[in-house]
Design a protein around this ligand. Structure first.
Ligand code: GTP
Length: 220
């Protein structure tokens, strides 16, 4: 069953029960590490070696526990290649959260973030949670995008920001858990709406990740 804001409540996944579900999409240029980020979160492993580009779109589920609620994260891994764009656009509309990745060792992938944000504006739901992730933060000697540049871009667009590494696992869990936590808070908010007073403090994904994230040791 869906709630007013589209969150799906209750159900079971391979006999594992959950309280509600949330759709998360991984987007960004080809090669920035979307599939690796998903595999790191889902299986705790790193896909090294030859790079096999995603074709079209695929998803994996993971149920996580947030403050006593079980949240099924349905994580959609999209192909970054231009030729698949029209396929992936169709999936934006009902996503609750978008993890938008660039590669800190690839300036072009960072420069393309503004174009990705325009696509989000055009195709995604207005209430979607957006998190900008500077991935491959472990590659300090190859870094060409400073952390401060990512922070500034995120601030300019009012979105949360973190650097991640699918290789070491840095901030990967946090990125997905912040999204899950946000959905739990929205759900509880909906239930309490009648009693909630205007001006009560609201959960901010940006403030939450800022308080929890690990900073990469190098930002040359
Ligand atoms: P498309 O499917 O074409 O959109 O690419 P993608 O964004 O899914 O990239 P993918 O996850 O396949 O990773 C591309 C390459 O980057 C692979 O060779 C990975 O091993 C490497 N890679 C991904 N994440 C990291 C990371 O955090 N650190 C390092 N060092 N390498 C990474």
């Amino acid at each position: 069953m869906s709630t007013a804001n589209g969150i799906i409540r209750g159900g079971s996944l391979n006999s594992e029960f959950y309280d509600f579900a949330c759709k998360v999409m991984l987007i960004g240029d080809s090669g920035v590490g979307k599939t690796c980020l998903l595999v790191r979160f889902k299986d705790g492993a790193f896909l090294s070696g030859s790079f096999i580009s995603t074709v079209g779109i695929d998803f994996r589920n993971k149920v996580v526990n947030v403050d006593g609620s079980k949240v099924k994260l349905q994580i959609w891994d999209t192909a970054g290649q231009e030729r698949f764009r029209s396929v992936t656009h169709a999936y934006y509309r009902d996503a609750h959260a978008l993890l938008l990745l660039y590669d800190v060792t690839n300036r072009q992938s960072f420069d393309n973030i503004r174009a990705w944000l325009s696509e989000i504006n055009e195709y995604a739901n207005q209430d979607v949670v957006i998190m900008l992730l500077g991935n491959k933060a472990d590659m300090s000697s190859d870094r060409v995008v400073r952390r401060e540049e990512g922070e500034k871009l995120a601030k300019d667009h009012g979105v949360a920001f973190m650097e991640t590494s699918a290789k070491t696992g840095m901030n990967v869990e946090l990125a997905f858990m912040a999204v899950a936590k946000y959905q739990v808070i929205i759900e509880r908010d909906l239930r309490m709406r009648k009693t909630r007073r205007q001006g009560d403090p609201k959960f901010s994904v940006s403030d939450y990740v800022d308080s929890q994230k690990q900073k990469s040791s190098c930002c040359s």
